[in-house]
Design a protein. Structure first.
Length: 199
């Protein structure tokens, strides 16, 4: 399993492009405006932490454990967030889709569903993954519902798994989609997208 870079994934609603420091200013303005980092159970950087976060992701990408994307909202014609392939394990044909955040204006528009579809399809059909993982905070009910809506199944909960920036302990919900499940998950995502776009 080898991920070729730079990698771009595109649908009619969203385009995932390689993350770059050149995107810093646009993301900083977005984070200042929406204050997404104020949500205690997420790990979204503040505007003044943004450039450091991009450098962190690019450093992990340079050693092969991450592929970092900027998310382009094609309807609004602007950058609206970040996502990654992370914890890439070529020998075990596994990876995680995570470190994702999306602007409030692009949420509940079908963008996230299409983004996950593109990333899952590439994982299973191009990279040959046998499983793709998602992780989120137990308290992040919005994220958990979104992951479950994709068709991913709960593998378990890692209790007191991480220390959050406010000192609280995170219980991490671990979800996954397996290769055998991908055809039904793909059909579900097509259904969700067609239903969304028909409205």
């Amino acid at each position: 399993m080898k991920i070729h870079q730079p990698l771009t994934l595109e649908g009619e609603r969203v385009k995932l492009i390689p993350l770059s420091l050149e995107h810093s200013k646009a993301f900083q303005e977005l984070l200042k405006q929406e204050e997404l980092d104020k949500i205690w159970y997420t790990s979204i950087p503040s505007s003044d932490q943004l450039e450091e976060e991009i450098r962190r992701r690019l450093a992990l990408q340079s050693i092969g454990s991450m592929v970092a994307f900027s998310v382009w909202d094609k309807t609004r014609n602007c950058l609206c967030g970040m996502t990654t392939y992370m914890h890439i394990e070529p020998n075990h044909k596994r990876l995680e889709i995570g470190s994702t955040w999306i602007s409030k204006a692009s949420q509940r528009t079908g963008l996230n569903t299409q983004m996950k579809f593109l990333m899952l399809r590439h994982s299973f059909e191009e990279l040959g993954c046998i499983a793709v993982e998602f992780r989120t905070h137990f308290m992040n009910t919005q994220s958990r519902r979104a992951i479950e809506r994709l068709g991913a199944k709960l593998d378990g909960i890692l209790r007191s798994h991480q220390i959050m920036k406010d000192g609280s302990l995170r219980d991490t919900c671990v979800y996954s989609v397996t290769k055998a499940e991908w055809p039904s998950v793909s059909a579900n995502l097509h259904h969700l997208l067609s239903k969304h776009y028909s409205n």
